[in-house]
Design a protein around this ligand. Structure first.
Ligand SMILES: *Cc1c(COP(=O)(O)O)cnc(C)c1O
Length: 440
């Protein structure tokens, strides 16, 4: 029996359990399961950043028509090349060439199943025995999940709330060693809603060059920026340091279900080519699955024909929502927001647990809030208990699993919902806090 268990046992259970427990989706499922099904009040979802089902956030008809046309043409029922169809790669290169001091070619573009698969591909390609990677804290837990799975050690550099979520550049210097393979920058920021300045990104590029590592620029939110800081893509600094840009149409076109993303290599000095990264990306894509061919085929029409008006409407809507969110949070004495969001769909809020009577931490707050008010919010850190003993090699990875975005007693709130729903949800958060306030 013992040897049978060994023979049939799954060797990667620890990594997979740790990986899946850390994801936003896993955490939100846990919070959602706590909603009181008998409650008469409707659920207010301020957890995930997917506003596609709200009427105000419906994608442009240009994008829907592009899909219909591609499908009806009957020309795209075939397999696609593993790196993606050429017209789509060309359209993405042109789209990202805006404001670049050098030009990307279609050969620099690789299509992926959303930005999520782009994360999978780059972590797989960069993994090697002993490798480590620098990730932002707070951050996007999909990176933790794939690094855990691909056995890359995670080292965190902080984003500093007192400095408007600036990068702690000294930490990047200190953390890196000869086994560091990359630093990840998420801009506009998830979960902080910040937008990094040109100067800040320039310094990150210079620091990465000094250390000798490439930059992974997660630009899933692309130019969803509505504050005073202008959004600058990291690839502008491609001649200082090689940049892998990860992106998708999921957020800017509000179609996360279409699963179309990309990896783009910005490397005017040819460093990635010589180091084998390019060949490895192609190799990995040869054995993994591709986005549906008709979605790929629709990309040129979507990128070239979407009217500026669609984007400006969405940006204005998000700016209004961010304003409402910031103002309503300021009215709640138990919550503080270090910086008004300037981009993406999220804001990070600090929870003052010591002012609340029977709330242990952010996780407890979110679970009770779901139960009593049917409002869903993502905690900064998730508590999980694993039901198997830790092996030596996995201790660090699984310790890292005790996190959502990685900051205890913080909350990540999405403001990308209909504004009346946002008002309702934050009203309920306030009522909840007042009800649980410590008596003076
Ligand atoms: C949403 C998101 C992704 C994943 O994008 P998909 O295209 O939906 O796979 C990656 N990175 C960040 C920072 C995100 O917010």
């Amino acid at each position: 029996m013992e040897s049978g268990a060994k023979r049939w046992g799954c060797q990667r259970k620890e990594e997979l359990t740790a990986a899946s427990a850390t994801t936003v989706r896993g955490c939100l499922n846990l919070i959602r399961s706590n909603v009181n099904k008998d409650s008469s009040s409707s659920v207010v979802p301020l957890g995930s950043g997917d506003p596609s089902h709200f009427p105000s956030f419906r994608t442009t008809p240009v994008a829907e028509d592009a899909i219909v046309d591609a499908l009806r043409s009957g020309k795209h029922n075939c397999y696609a090349p593993t790196v993606g169809v050429l017209p789509a790669r060309r359209a993405i290169a042109d789209y990202l060439n805006r404001d670049l001091p050098y030009k990307l070619s279609p050969d620099d573009v690789y299509l992926t199943v959303g930005c999520g698969q782009a994360i999978e591909v780059v972590t797989a390609v960069l993994s090697r025995p002993g490798a480590n990677i620098l990730l932002p804290r707070p951050g996007f837990p999909h990176y933790e999940a794939w690094c855990a799975y691909n056995r890359i050690e995670i080292r965190y550099y902080d984003l500093l709330p007192d400095k408007g979520w600036e990068v702690d550049l000294d930490a990047i210097q200190t953390l890196a060693d000869q086994n560091t393979v990359a630093v990840v920058i998420i801009n506009p920021g998830n979960p902080c809603g910040n937008v990094f300045s040109y100067e800040q990104l320039n310094k990150v590029a210079e620091t990465a060059r000094k250390i000798g590592i490439l930059v992974i620029a997660d630009e899933a939110y692309d130019s969803i920026a509505f504050g005073s800081t202008r959004y600058v893509p990291m690839r502008v600094f491609g001649s200082i340091v090689p940049v892998l840009t990860l992106g998708s149409i999921s957020k800017r076109w509000i179609v996360p279900g279409w699963r179309l993303g990309w990896i783009v290599t910005s490397d005017p000095n040819g460093i990635l080519q010589n180091s084998g990264v390019i060949d490895s990306i192609t190799g990995y894509l040869n054995i993994s699955s591709d986005p549906a061919t008709f979605i790929q085929a629709a990309i040129p029409q979507i990128l070239e024909n979407t009217k500026e008006e669609f984007f400006s409407n969405i940006i204005n809507l998000l700016r209004e929502c961010a304003d409402i969110c910031y103002k309503r949070i300021e009215e709640i004495p138990f919550l503080t927001c270090p910086k008004k969001p300037e981009g993406s769909m999220f804001v990070m809020v600090k929870l003052n647990v010591s002012m609340l009577e029977d709330i242990d931490d952010d996780m407890d707050f979110c679970l009770k809030l779901a139960k009593e008010e049917s409002v869903i919010i993502l905690p900064g850190k998730i508590r999980i208990s694993l039901s198997f003993p830790l092996s030596e090699t996995n201790i660090q990875r699984i310790k890292d699993a005790g996190r959502a975005v990685g900051l205890q007693n913080w909350l990540r709130i999405t403001f990308a919902v209909e504004s009346c729903l946002l008002q309702e949800g934050l009203g309920r958060v306030k009522a909840f806090c007042c009800r649980h306030a410590k008596k003076q």
